[in-house]
Design a protein around this ligand. Structure first.
Ligand SMILES: [Cu+2]
Length: 114
């Protein structure tokens, strides 16, 4: 009986620690108008950082693009978003329950290819 309880308990602990834990992604801060391609913005799209800034000024929201997947960013007010937009970054944050958005806690430069 003791053994049975231990086996039942362990997966629950693992599931809890996975949920709400911080993860890291390699990717780029972009905007929800361009997603993973600033090309459609013409001349402005040639510089991903300026394009993201321009799009956000025009009403877009920051997003995280990682390996082709676009995540919404929950904390749009984070000032690191503007600073590091358009360049490969290592992003640390918490993934939402539905897996669609990230609450960013840290953005660091990375030498990794996105
Ligand atoms: Cu853009």
């Amino acid at each position: 009986m003791k053994r049975f309880l231990a086996v039942g308990f362990l997966p629950a602990v693992v599931a809890l620690s996975l949920f709400g834990a911080e993860q890291t992604w390699t990717g780029e801060i972009s905007d929800d108008m361009c997603g993973n391609n600033h090309g459609k913005m013409g001349a402005m799209g040639k510089n991903a950082k300026d394009c993201t800034a321009g799009c956000v000024k025009a009403g877009s929201k920051y997003v995280l693009v990682s390996h082709g997947k676009v995540f919404k960013i929950e904390n749009q007010g984070l000032k690191d978003l503007a600073m590091h937009a358009g360049m490969p970054m290592k992003i640390t944050g918490e993934l939402s329950k539905d897996g669609q958005s990230v609450k960013v806690s840290k953005i660091e430069p990375t030498s990794m290819k996105k």
